[in-house]
Design a protein around this ligand. Structure first.
Ligand code: RP5
Length: 172
């Protein structure tokens, strides 16, 4: 993928966030959206973080997907520096089960928005980024409509199976 095709930057505070952040990458790959992936900690390496957030727009990034756990300042600090949309993903686990990260990410002060998805919501973060990019990309819009149709087909197939085998045999 050429550097100028990279539209989404995925950033996470630690490699322990990878199981969730990889779900975002999987969706972007499925939709053919160019992305990059970074492990950058706003707390543990503030100068590197600042350089990343400051330079992202100049590198052609249109949306940042930022995931972090616990005192999750990474998405909010991205939004403080990067002027385009930031989508935050709170990580689950830890002593507070992810509620700490959820509140840290969603409770942004007025003026600096972060679009926050569910705890562990890697796939939805990528789909939201795709919908943002689809505002000015009709081909991507059509791919998103097809993706949604695919979801419907899955439910229809599950219902058909239920009718065929009955609930007692459904999971066997
Ligand atoms: C956050 O602290 C990271 O986003 C991660 O979710 C959490 C724990 O990091 P590690 O101790 O696993 O590196 O900054």
């Amino acid at each position: 993928m050429a550097a100028n095709d990279i539209k989404v930057s995925i950033v996470m505070g630690s490699d322990s966030d990878m199981p969730v952040m990889s779900k975002a990458a999987d969706i972007l790959e499925e939709l053919g959206i160019g992305y990059e992936m970074n492990i950058i900690s706003a707390h543990r390496e503030p100068e590197e973080f600042f350089t990343y957030a400051k330079e992202a727009e100049g590198r052609g990034i249109k949306v940042i997907i930022a995931g972090a756990g616990m005192a999750a300042h990474l998405p909010g600090m991205c939004a403080a520096i990067f002027p385009l949309p930031v989508i935050g993903i709170p990580m689950g686990g830890g002593a507070l089960g992810g509620e700490d990260a959820l509140y840290s990410i969603v409770q942004m002060p007025s003026g600096i928005p972060v679009a926050t998805v569910a705890i562990g919501g890697g796939a939805n973060a990528a789909l939201l980024a795709a919908r943002m990019l689809a505002i000015s990309d009709d081909k991507l819009r059509d791919k998103l409509v097809a993706y949604k149709e695919g979801l419907k087909d899955q439910v229809v197939a599950k219902d058909k199976k239920l009718k065929e085998v009955g609930y007692k045999n459904y999971t066997k």
